[in-house]
Design a protein around this ligand. Structure first.
Ligand code: SF4
Ligand code: SF4
Length: 448
């Protein structure tokens, strides 16, 4: 293996170097959070179609049991994160800011161990590709890196496409977040098994685990476990945001550009997050579903920052009580500070795509005064996909959303937030772009 590849010289143009803020949690062994007395499980937990509830009020459910079925191929089932009684199926506030249907479970005191193991097994080495994709769907797995894209959909490679490499994304480039780092240290066997399952699903002969060079302890930990045939390798890339975006990682590791508006499979790649594959490697062989995930709880005033194995559906209020927080001027963010979502209700539950709960002191966050653009071009220098955020921002202020889309490639923006981060005028560019995209989507729907 090339030593330079291990040290992380490879990179992509532009991007930013924000402070990391990972020291508080990266060296702490993952701990298990207790069960909250009430668990709120939204039916929409992927970017696909919401699941369909198959339980009723008053029904007793066991941890691991299916409580909502997939509604078609672009959907995943949902499993009970705790043993308990269905208290209601109701509309609840969610991290997206909307109110959505959810199954609410009153947790039983003896909620059980990690999974309700039926003893059934998937013989994944013998399964046909189609059956394997179905088995992945049955786990309810979505991208745990935040995208919440149904994993089985990525694994069903369109006819006529050939995947030459599975990219396993362990960059975790957002400040504060360290869940993937811990997964790569603590779940190596499950991760390697998940990678083999993904390679089998997409018929790829090789896989590369990509990490940022701020995690070289992961190299030491994983290298001795890699298969002798060289089919799975690990390489470090430069620590730079947003190195963990699939376009950036593909370019940094392999020099391959994923085309504008295109999918990785168009250039022979399938990209998965490390936590997704580690969880899949654990759950698929034992025919179980996703009921918990690791999240980073950290920030100003948190007494017990760390990484916690958390049942899906645990309300933020419970996380705050457990991790211990003192302060009255807190801004809560689900996810990282760059791409996460601020939350305004403590009743919002964590979902499959939630990687972190950040508690930031409002007094320490950026000044909110928005000034006029001074044409400094720092946003152009930061944008990793060469958009013109300055011009897009001016068009957004004039509400020319159609021009943003048709002439300035708004839909290529993947909302990394680099432009907002560097803007000396505090212009909330990425927020403008999110709104513009949402309004354009609505306009197109109405036109249909
Ligand atoms: S948020 Fe969009 S426009 Fe801004 S830097 Fe990221 S990709 Fe470029
Ligand atoms: S960084 Fe801000 S001030 Fe500078 S050109 Fe971009 S939008 Fe204008």
């Amino acid at each position: 293996m090339n030593l330079l590849n291990l040290l992380g010289r490879k990179s992509f143009p532009h991007g930013i170097h924000p402070d990391e803020y990972k020291d508080e949690t990266k060296a702490k062994v993952t701990r298990r959070l207790p069960f909250a007395p009430e668990i709120i499980v939204p039916l929409a937990q992927s970017i696909g179609q919401p699941a369909k509830a198959i339980v009723f009020k008053g029904q007793r459910v066991k941890r691991g049991e299916v409580i909502a079925e997939a509604d078609g191929f672009m959907s995943v089932p949902i499993h009970a994160p705790v043993t308990g009684i269905i208290k209601a199926i109701d509309i609840v506030p969610t991290a997206k800011g909307s109110k959505d249907p959810a199954i609410i479970i009153a947790t039983s005191l003896s909620s059980g161990q990690r999974v309700f193991d039926t003893g059934e097994r998937n013989d994944y080495l013998q399964m046909a590709q189609e059956d394997l994709v179905k088995a992945v769907q049955n786990t309810g797995m979505v991208g745990l890196g935040g995208a919440a894209f149904p994993t089985h959909v990525k694994m069903a490679v369109p006819a006529g496409r050939h995947i030459h490499t599975v990219l396993v994304n362990g960059c975790e480039c957002e400040p504060f977040l360290t869940t993937d780092h811990r997964v790569m240290l603590e779940k190596i066997d499950a991760l390697l098994l998940g990678i083999k399952i993904a390679m089998r699903c997409v018929a790829a002969p090789k896989a590369i685990i990509g990490i940022e060079n701020n995690k070289l302890d992961v190299l030491d930990a994983i290298l001795p476990h890699l298969p002798d045939d060289g089919s799975i390798s690990i390489e470090a890339v430069e620590t730079k945001y947003p190195q963990g975006a699939e376009k950036m990682l593909a370019y940094s590791l392999l020099g391959i550009e994923i085309p504008s508006g295109g999918l990785p499979s168009e250039v022979g790649l399938a990209v998965f997050n490390v936590a997704t594959l580690a969880e899949l490697g654990y759950l698929l062989p034992i025919k179980q579903g996703l009921i918990e995930r690791i999240i980073t709880i950290t920030g100003d005033g948190v007494h017990k920052p760390g990484n916690y194995i958390t049942p899906i559906g645990t309300p933020i209020r419970f996380l705050l009580e457990f991790a211990g927080f003192i302060g009255d001027e807190a801004e809560l963010i689900l996810g990282g500070p760059m791409m996460g979502m601020p939350v305004h209700s403590l009743d919002v539950p964590i979902t499959k795509g939630t990687g972190a709960l950040l508690i930031l002191d409002k007094r320490a966050t950026k000044n909110d005064d928005i000034l006029p653009c001074i044409k400094c071009a720092q946003c152009l220098q930061a944008c990793p996909i060469n958009l013109n955020p300055s011009e897009l921002g001016l068009l957004a202020a004039k509400r020319q959303y159609d021009v943003m889309e048709e002439q300035f490639h708004l839909n290529d923006c993947f909302e990394c937030g680099c432009c907002s981060y560097v803007c000396p005028a505090n212009i909330p560019l990425v927020q403008y772009f999110r709104i513009a995209k949402a309004l354009n989507r609505e306009r197109h729907l109405q036109a249909q």
